[in-house]
Design a protein around this ligand. Structure first.
Ligand code: ACM
Ligand code: ZN
Length: 476
């Protein structure tokens, strides 16, 4: 896929721009007929060697130890194409790059060395507030794979609904849409073929209101209807703990390859525990003085429960608010608060790996500030996350160097309170998802990022995406 301009001068300018932005190495003697391939994410190193190869050429595959995980080397010569990688993921990504290099019947000859800066390159779908369904999920997985995004975080439970059945608890899925075991297995298999790990989310002890209308004893009782609406999981009720364990058993069973399970932890209305007799009794029994530590108790229980099943837990960053050393360091944190740098640094210092989804850059339910856009957005236009803003995201910003080392990646989050269907969802994800893909794979130097060049490439890919039937928004 190439830029529409053929002029060698603009080509050279673009080469220099990309060189500055991404530390790519380009051949000095790019021929006058050569064009800059519009790749997203930009590879770490590319040298155009002149001439073209017929893209019918079947790539020769070589397994080479020492190439970083998911990385690859791609050599396109007039008579041959060779892919070198140390793992299947690297080979898969080399093939994605080859697809993007295709121009009509040929591929420009080049030598590429490429590997990701971050191992967690995520997209979250909130499939609860509005049910988007299997086809939207698969279409999203297809596009993620093309752009080397590799984690699909599937938000499956919340106040409004549960989207998968938990054996023994039929009432939670009696009303509303839900995925069957077969649906989920189909999606898991589909994602695995595209190097995408699915991280399912079971959100507790907050975001648990669905339980107050189905199994009310699993939430804290409160006389005031307003409190009831926010009632957290009743951690003092052993049956509620058993329910959560059953939900975790179910996701471990349905997503056997995930090995990382999201356990929520955000926005828990801890005040509810202060009024609940069962929770108060439990706190007394366990010597827990503060409701914050009651959340830490259920978090630690879930982290250990998952660890015994060979899985790691990840949760929204307030999940890691615990006394030093209380939570196993294997638990991972997902930053979302805009003011959360200090909390993130503390969690990293305690040994937790961090995925950064800072809401001012990564929440795609916020407006993209497009002229004439009549889709609804969270915040009604406040705090826009434009394409440029998303492209300026730096997962390492605001953190001291020792904490930066614990940042394993980032992700964009797509909440669906005011996103009504798959088309609406796609409009909000793309083209901003391209920014996420490049920031997390290439990680162009945040001080030298070249938005103009990125936007030029995005325009080309956005059009190609629309031609594939995806409802991507225009580039602003
Ligand atoms: C969140 O936005 N409540 C994680
Ligand atoms: Zn309670």
């Amino acid at each position: 896929m190439k830029t529409p301009t053929k002029r060698a001068t603009s080509c050279l300018a673009a080469v220099l721009a990309i060189l500055a932005a991404t530390s790519c190495v380009w051949a000095a003697d790019v021929g006058a007929s050569a064009e800059v391939p519009a790749l997203i994410p930009a590879p770490r190193e590319i040298v155009l060697t002149g001439g073209t190869c017929a893209h019918a050429a079947k790539p020769k595959i070589e397994r080479v130890a020492g190439i970083p995980p998911e990385g690859y080397e791609l050599s396109v010569k007039p008579e041959s194409v060779t892919i070198r990688a140390s793992d299947d993921a690297g080979e898969f990504y080399a093939r994605q790059t080859l697809e993007q290099l295709k121009d009509g019947a040929s591929i420009p000859c080049c030598e590429i060395k490429d590997s990701p800066r971050f191992k967690w390159r995520g997209v979250m779908i909130d499939d609860v507030r509005h049910f988007l369904g299997k086809e939207t999920v698969k279409r999203t997985i297809d596009e993620m794979a093309r752009y080397k995004l590799n984690v699909f975080h599937w938000h499956l439970t919340d106040n409004e609904a549960w989207r998968f059945q938990v054996p023994g608890y039929p009432k939670i899925t009696e009303k509303g849409d839900c995925y069957t075991k077969d649906d989920i297995r189909e999606v898991v298999e589909y994602a695995a073929k595209r190097n995408i790990r699915i991280v399912p989310e079971v959100d507790f002890p907050g975001h648990f209101r669905k339980l107050s209308s189905t199994y009310p004893e699993f939430t804290c009782t409160a006389d005031n209807p307003r409190d009831k609406g926010r009632a957290p999981m009743c951690v003092g009720n052993p049956d509620a703990v058993k329910f959560v364990e059953a939900a975790l058993d179910t996701v471990c069973d349905l997503f056997p390859e995930s090995k990382v399970i999201h356990i929520g932890g955000d926005e828990c209305w801890r005040y509810g525990w202060k009024k609940c007799e069962k929770c108060k009794a439990m706190m007394k029994r366990e010597g827990i003085a503060d409701v914050k530590d009651l959340q830490a108790w259920i978090t630690r229980h879930a982290v250990n429960y998952l660890a015994a099943k060979g899985c790691r837990a990840i949760g929204w960053d307030e999940m890691l608010d615990a006394k030093e050393g209380y939570l196993p360091a294997s638990a991972m944190g997902m930053r979302w608060h805009s003011e959360g740098a200090e909390r993130t640094a503390r969690a990293a210092a305690a040994g937790h790996e961090i995925v950064n989804s800072h809401k001012r850059f990564c929440y795609f339910d916020y407006s993209q500030s497009l002229e004439g856009d009549n889709h609804r957005y969270f915040g009604n236009g406040r705090n826009p996350v434009t394409l440029e803003k998303a492209y300026s995201f730096d997962p390492l910003a605001e953190l001291p160097p020792e904490s930066q080392q614990k940042v394993v990646g980032g992700q964009c989050n797509n909440w669906t309170e005011v996103t009504y269907n798959g088309k609406d969802f796609e409009w909000k994800l793309w083209p901003r998802g391209f920014a996420m893909a490049e920031v997390l794979w290439t990680y162009p130097d945040p001080k030298k990022r070249d938005f103009a060049d990125f936007k030029r490439r995005v325009a080309i890919h956005r059009d190609a995406m629309v031609a594939r039937g995806i409802n991507a928004a225009p580039v602003n």
